[in-house]
Design a protein around this ligand. Structure first.
Ligand SMILES: [Zn+2]
Length: 331
């Protein structure tokens, strides 16, 4: 296929998160794209790009955003700047756009995981189509590829918690359960999904939000409607705050947590930003790769998902199977 997936070691001898993909560009240059990984120290050889699929911390944009070689969408850059209070130094690309990186055209396709989340796609010198998805909620926009580099957050088919559907009806019932309802949702990701869901099911009144959730939602959503700060609402209102702030809101409010987890004090609503185990398989079938490399998250799910893909006749490996290891000085 003309693609070498590598893992890199830090100066301390531990692995860097995620991977680097080495290939020849259409004009024959050897290129390396670092995928959702931390920066290499400035004095060391650099990759041609640090691709950042989205602004969740476990994809390491906080580090990569400080390199001029980083590439992400405009919205991911905004989210990273608000979340980490530092300036994004790289280049940005549209949600359905393309960008030239040292002679390679890199295209983007939305994955519906968070505001700004995209998959990256490019072809190498022998025409191998490479697709790096990051985390995925909606694979409908993804193109066909030969090498798929993807996630397995819920990739363990044997684990019942990896099989779920979004409980939109439960969300609607929660909204109707009281005139004062609060949803616990993380400031980046879930809070924007909560606003979108509320607007989709017809709530067009103001939504009161905790400060960071408010800033992120106003900047990242195309049509958020009226969003206000927690200090500005009185009487009937819908509130969205991080789960740990629910206890600070008035006792008479109906409170819910938007999570797949069951260990919160408040009732939980199953609303996920991810595909479940069957959804992941459907995605692989849809993009129809010759080989799949499961690179995220940590733990044993990538290995379990790769095994499952192999068991249904789809070639797959996980990050731990990649034994091309490079030190910083050899990138
Ligand atoms: Zn994520």
């Amino acid at each position: 296929m003309g693609v070498l997936a590598c893992r890199q070691k830090n100066s301390r001898g531990t692995f860097k998160p995620h991977l680097a993909v080495r290939f020849r560009s259409e004009d024959g240059k050897v290129c390396t794209f670092s995928v959702d990984s931390t920066r290499v120290p400035k004095k060391q050889p650099q990759p041609d790009a640090y691709l950042i699929t989205h602004a969740h911390s476990d994809h390491h944009g906080k580090s990569a955003m400080l390199s001029e070689l980083s590439v992400c969408t405009d919205k991911t850059a905004v989210a990273l700047e608000i979340r980490h209070d530092r300036k994004f130094k790289g280049k940005t690309v549209d949600m359905c756009g393309s960008i030239e990186v040292n002679g390679t055209t890199v295209r983007t396709y939305p994955t519906g995981h968070t505001a700004g989340a995209v998959a990256f796609y490019w072809e190498n010198d022998v025409g191998t189509r490479i697709l790096v998805t990051g985390d995925v909620k909606d694979p409908s926009a993804l193109p066909k590829c030969d090498l798929l580099i993807t996630e397995a957050n819920y990739g363990d088919h044997a684990d019942p918690s990896c099989h779920f559907e979004d409980d939109i009806e439960g969300f609607r019932s929660a909204l109707e359960s009281s005139s004062q309802v609060a949803f616990g949702a993380y400031a980046f990701g879930k809070a924007q999904r909560a606003v979108e869901l509320l607007r989709e099911i017809g709530h067009d009144g103001p939504i009161a939000m905790e400060e960071k959730s408010l800033m992120l939602s106003n900047r990242l959503l195309d049509e958020p409607g009226e969003l206000v700060g927690l200090g500005e609402f009185d009487g009937d209102a819908i509130c969205i705050v991080p789960p740990w702030d629910l206890g600070k809101l008035p006792r008479n409010m109906a409170k819910y947590v938007m999570t797949g987890r069951q260990d919160y004090y408040y009732p939980s609503l199953q609303i996920s930003d991810h595909l479940d185990a069957n959804g992941l398989v459907d995605m692989v079938e849809k993009v129809d790769p010759e080989m799949t490399l499961v690179y995220h998250p940590g733990g044993d799910r990538p290995g379990k998902f790769a095994s499952h893909l192999n068991s249904i006749g789809r070639g797959a490996v996980c990050l731990e199977d990649v034994d091309n290891i490079l030190g910083n000085e050899f990138l």
